[in-house]
Design a binder for this molecule. Structure first.
Ligand SMILES: NC(=O)c1ccc[n+]([C@@H]2O[C@H](COP(=O)([O-])OP(=O)(O)OC[C@H]3O[C@@H](n4cnc5c(N)ncnc54)[C@H](O)[C@@H]3O)[C@@H](O)[C@H]2O)c1
Length: 257
């Protein structure tokens, strides 16, 4: 079960945190993993590790918010590989409410978290169609469907990811393309450590504990736990699943009462 042998997967932001876990899990299950990353040095290190472990991977330096670059990278990959899976994972964090989020920050979050997903969709879907179908998995968040304090731009973006998932799932049914999203609560990754140290300097441990306890299960998720759900949703075993968002949240949405 969950065998990805012979499949080619694109993973954006696949060198860190959740994306890293997805890249490693998919490679372990036999996929050829293409990591599309802003941090090309880290991506090369991850590729070297995957190859050393007997897997297949390649790193591609790209900023997903730049459409021409994304189209170029994906077209180059498609000349040598039959693309089967696209995981839109790359994303950035931001803290703020509507009245203290600057235009620059709002645009930055939307450019990566929304336009970046659109860019990868528009570049990859023609190849999936040509190849007779495939799977798209988008990384949304509980912030898409719950009012999280101080996450105005981020929630806006993740709400868009949630809706894009439905739109794409509907539009490409006849092309054999399944599209789903995952909505994690907090996952312990550099993304979380980064925003804690940036926004709560000197209070890192206290904030880590506080954020861990917001999940009724009492901790943050491990990236590998998200990787396992991603594997299932991108595998043939999930062939009947499309247009769905999957909470993976330690009870955050339903048990926080
Ligand atoms: N960590 C959490 O608690 C959490 C919870 C819910 C959703 N998410 C979502 O999961 C995804 C991954 O988060 P993470 O915690 O693993 O983050 P992370 O910061 O550890 O990794 C994100 C990766 O994306 C890359 N990236 C950022 N901007 C990019 C761009 N413009 N082009 C290409 N690559 C880019 C970074 O270089 C990095 O390697 C994000 O979409 C995030 O919103 C995270």
């Amino acid at each position: 079960m969950f065998d990805l042998s012979g499949k080619t997967a694109l993973v954006t932001g696949g060198a860190s945190g959740i994306g890293l876990a997805i890249s490693q899990t998919f490679a372990k299950q036999g996929a050829f993993v293409h990591i599309l990353e802003l941090n090309s040095e880290l991506a090369s290190q991850v590729v070297n590790q995957i190859v050393a472990d007997g897997g297949q991977a390649e790193a591609h330096a790209v900023d997903i918010s730049k459409q021409a670059d994304v189209v170029n990278v994906i077209n180059v990959i498609a000349t040598n590989h039959t693309i089967n899976i696209l995981v839109n994972n790359a994303g950035i964090a931001h803290i703020g409410k509507a009245d203290n989020t600057s235009e620059i920050d709002f645009d930055r979050v939307i450019n990566v978290n929304v336009k970046g997903v659109y860019n990868c969709l528009m570049a990859a879907i023609p190849h999936l169609k040509t190849n007779g179908g495939g799977v798209i998995l988008n990384m949304a968040s509980i912030a898409a469907t719950v009012g999280i304090p101080d996450r105005f731009a981020y929630s806006t973006a993740k709400g868009a990811v949630y809706s894009m998932t439905l739109s794409v799932a509907r539009d490409y049914l006849a092309d054999g393309i399944r599209c789903n999203s995952i909505s994690p609560a907090r996952v312990h990754t550099p993304f979380v450590d980064g925003f804690i140290s940036k926004n709560y300097p000197g209070k890192e441990e206290e904030m880590f504990e506080k954020l861990s306890k917001t999940q009724p299960i009492g901790r943050m998720a491990k990236p590998e736990e998200i990787g396992a759900l991603a594997l299932y949703l991108c595998s043939d075993e999930a062939g009947f699943i499309t247009g769905c968002d999957y909470l993976i949240d330690g009870g955050f949405e339903k048990l926080n009462n």
